[in-house]
Design a binder for this molecule. Sequence first.
Ligand code: SF4
Length: 368
Amino acid sequence: MHLYLHIPFCAAKCPYCDFNSVAGREDEYGRYVDALLTEVRRCPRGPYDTLFIGGGTPSILPPAMLARLLAGVRDHVTLAPDYEWTSEANPGSADAERFRVLVEHGVNRLSLGIQSTHDRHLRFLGRVHDAAEAERALALACAAAPRVSADLIMGLPGQTDAELLADLDLYRRHRLDHASVYHLTYEPGTEFHARRARGELTEIDAETSRRQFDLLWDELAALGLDAYETSNFARSGQESRHNLAYWRQRDYQAVGAGAVSTWAGVRTTREKHSGRYIEAIASGGDAAWRVETLTPTERLRECWMLGLRLKEGVDTTRADDLGDRAARWRPRADAMIGQGLLEEDGRMLRLTRRGRPVQDEVTVWMMP
Ligand code: SF4
């Protein structure tokens, strides 16, 4: 079983961010933790294989509040013997005390939003930390927790190959076993999206982007970090088991504003606004904003979409179990295999490295 807890609060809203996150609601923190714990107590007791506290910025909560949240979770749920419990943290609110509280209550994996090791890019991204703070936070995290991952963003306007390589060097310096490297995207509704539309931002060109992906894959492979998912790299056995469960379409519980759970074929999206979420839960409601029963076609489309993100690929037997037919997907797969974009290994169908940069196109082609 898997449980996700969402903390929507951040020190400032980054101009590229389309997550459910908000700045300046410090007065809600305490009541939000109450609401989260109320929801947690409505979840099955477990045992849970993985838990994940994401955001937003979970590390923005004061240490005593983090302790109350985690103790409350532990009071209700049981953990599987080899459970994985991740908490995200950002360098701007990372300190030894918070990491100690997290680890003492059972967190055994920290995921840090580093994003860049260059101050000019951190400023561009609107981050509240600088490169020196990122470095300190990473060192503290490594001293506190057995497993640490760091997020970076690539594809930044004006980012040079040398800067990308310098960013990637942090995985070597801190001997990290897990890396998440996301390409900057311009999501509708974000400030960057509007600035690009006004011509104030120039997207990185396709050729540079392709070249930097090659650099990324080669560099991380040389460090022993294997691309097990489109944007995620790990030493064998160090993959994020929580995220793998999501990509493999397992059921998961979720609590918090905007959190999405999928349980027994029903997907529930909670109220996104933290204030309204708190009110709904405090008055005995479930804060459900949308409840959908997934249709077989939706599950099948997700099977292809999520499977093609993974190095292991799509399990075609599972796709057929979900209602697909080889008569539909086989000719399409053969065309992609012929172009060197897909490869087949038994019942698994996966993108080749050549296919990775055109993942979206291949996915659209393969989906029912
Ligand atoms: S810190 Fe993360 S979640 Fe918060 S606004 Fe920035 S990108 Fe979004």
